[in-house]
Design a protein around this ligand. Structure first.
Ligand code: MF3
Ligand code: CO
Length: 260
């Protein structure tokens, strides 16, 4: 997710470019699927990152996050109160009941793929934690359903916020989704809160990453000493789901489909 966008202009993609983006995003989806199977009690986040790195090169792609503003790994792996941008480490061991969020980006043939999911290592620790995960996914899909030509960006944001807040969860404001194409982050910003009917009109050829981050308590964020890891200020649990979506004549096209 992005804190501040660069230039204003939204770059529309030709159908052949959307297919390039689909290819990149399908690699992301396949690897995320494998990582989801690998989230288990006792595994370290560095081991999961190694799996991701191996698969990325086997598939002829390159990691998108490594080196991005100095980020040191292929994935972001965030546990429990960590919201996003957790740095994989040999010292970080996943325990039973942990809420694990994995975010992955790749570049294939100059085009970016970006997606993320949350899951539990084993069983959810509480009913409410299970609900947080479920509602975050529902919020993502509510946003995706509004990703249609002639609607507005604010329709997506409002739909995400509605689902989250009506279920009593916080929506993180500090990080937002983004346009994606030949760069990981393009305009527009895609906030997870907003006003229906506001913002730019959505057009065929726009490709955006929608990525709600929900919390069990306050939506306020704190960045840890490592300069990356974003945690909830009140240390409540957080979940994160992300899809890269193209706006087409036939409605939203989930380019990263297949892993959630
Ligand atoms: N998936 C995130 C995003 O949408 C993670 C990028 S942060 C990075 O932008 F620095 F690790 F690349
Ligand atoms: Co993203």
């Amino acid at each position: 997710m992005k804190k501040r966008p660069g230039s204003r202009r939204i770059i529309l993609k030709a159908p052949w470019e959307i297919e390039k983006l689909r290819a990149a995003n399908q690699i992301v989806a396949e690897i995320l699927h494998e990582l989801k199977e690998s989230v288990k009690d006792g595994v370290t986040t560095a081991e999961l990152d190694r799996i991701a790195g191996d698969r990325i090169s086997q598939k002829g792609a390159r990691p998108a996050f490594k080196g991005y503003h100095g980020y040191p790994a292929c994935t972001c792996i965030s546990i429990n109160e960590e919201i996003v941008h957790g740095i994989p480490s040999d010292k970080k061991i996943i325990n039973k009941g942990d809420l694990v969020s994995i975010d992955l980006g790749v570049i294939l043939d100059g085009y970016y793929g970006d997606a993320a999911f949350s899951c539990f290592a084993g069983q959810a620790p509480t009913e409410q934690a299970q609900r947080l995960l479920h509602v975050t996914k529902e919020a993502l899909y509510a946003g995706i359903r509004r990703a249609k030509a002639r609607k507005r960006l604010g329709d997506i944001s409002a739909a995400v916020q509605d689902v989250a807040e009506s279920q009593g969860f916080g929506v993180v404001r500090k990080f937002v989704g983004h346009g994606i194409g030949k760069a990981l982050h393009e305009p527009p910003e895609v906030p997870n809160f907003g006003v229906r009917g506001s913002g730019p009109v959505l057009k065929k050829g726009m490709v955006i990453a929608i990525e709600p981050m929900l919390t069990m308590g306050s939506y306020e964020v704190e960045i840890l000493q490592d300069g990356w890891t974003a945690v909830t200020r009140d240390r409540s649990l957080a979940a994160h789901f992300e899809h890269t979506v193209a706006i087409t004549d036939k409605g939203p096209d989930i380019l990263s489909d297949g892993f959630i």
